[in-house]
Design a binder for this molecule. Structure first.
Ligand SMILES: C[S@@+](CC[C@H](N)C(=O)[O-])C[C@H]1O[C@@H](n2cnc3c(N)ncnc32)[C@H](O)[C@@H]1O
Length: 231
């Protein structure tokens, strides 16, 4: 049986893949992503109109497009003992993608905006392996997580505080994926124990032989870091 791009041979992943077939515009991509949200969560996971003013240092709750979430998950090497923390999960798009791909391990999302956290918690309750914490990533224990995902959740000053906490609390080794770190990737440089494993850009949507189109006005840099703790 052929493997789908979503990482599993049958079921929901197949439908998600089919929803991407024929997508040829930015609007079409956003519509396909909302359709995948509805399949998994029953509701759209782009807060859109719900957006409250951001707290100081916090960024807007824009969800990761599924094709980017899928490609970044594929680089995380998750197994049954993995526990991902989505730092600033919004309404839970990364959690939905994990469910759609039927990936091993667990994902927890933490979200500062209480309304978004409540909405994420409401749909994830029905899914094993998904959980949502309402509050700040700066105020929670981090030691049990093996993987961290950040889609540009906060500014450089907050990121530095988060990395300080993570360095104090992390297990022997953690993998951190930072998407859209265009202004923030220098925050990791010079910190002991951090090694850059991979970096790249997302700019265009280009699946199979379909015509590609720009998703972002300028390339969005991502970096994948390994933190190895000296014990
Ligand atoms: C760009 S969105 C990313 C949404 C989601 N991670 C995704 O990829 O679809 C960034 C989110 O981080 C949240 N955030 C900002 N500062 C935070 C903090 N200190 N703790 C938890 N969440 C935070 C924002 O409220 C916003 O919802």
């Amino acid at each position: 049986m052929a493997m789908s791009a979503w990482g599993a041979p049958t079921g929901l992943e197949r439908t998600a893949e089919q929803l991407y077939e024929g997508v040829s515009t930015r609007e079409g991509l956003a519509a396909a992503d909302i359709a995948i949200d509805r399949l998994i969560a029953g509701v759209p996971l782009d807060p859109g109109e719900l957006r409250a003013p951001c707290a100081p240092g916090a960024h807007a709750p824009t969800p990761t497009p599924y094709f980017i979430a899928r490609d970044l998950y594929a680089k995380m090497d998750l197994d049954g003992s993995s526990h991902v923390l989505d730092v600033g999960c919004g309404m839970g798009r990364m959690l939905a993608c994990h469910a759609a791909m039927r990936l091993p391990g667990r994902v927890t999302g933490v979200e500062l905006d209480a309304e978004l956290a409540a909405r994420a918690a409401a749909w994830t309750r029905a899914h094993d392996g998904l959980a949502v914490v309402s509050g700040s990533a700066l105020d929670m224990p981090l030691s049990s997580y093996t993987h961290f995902y950040l889609f540009n959740p906060f500014d450089s000053a907050v990121l530095a505080r988060f990395l300080d906490t993570l360095e104090r609390e992390a297990g022997a080794s953690v993998l951190l994926v930072h998407m859209s770190d265009n202004g923030e990737n220098y925050a990791y440089l010079g910190r002991p124990g951090w090694k850059l494993r991979e970096e790249g850009f997302f700019h265009e949507f280009c699946e199979g032989r379909r015509r590609s189109f720009e998703v972002y006005g300028c390339p969005q840099h991502y970096s994948i870091w390994k933190l190895e703790r000296a014990r």
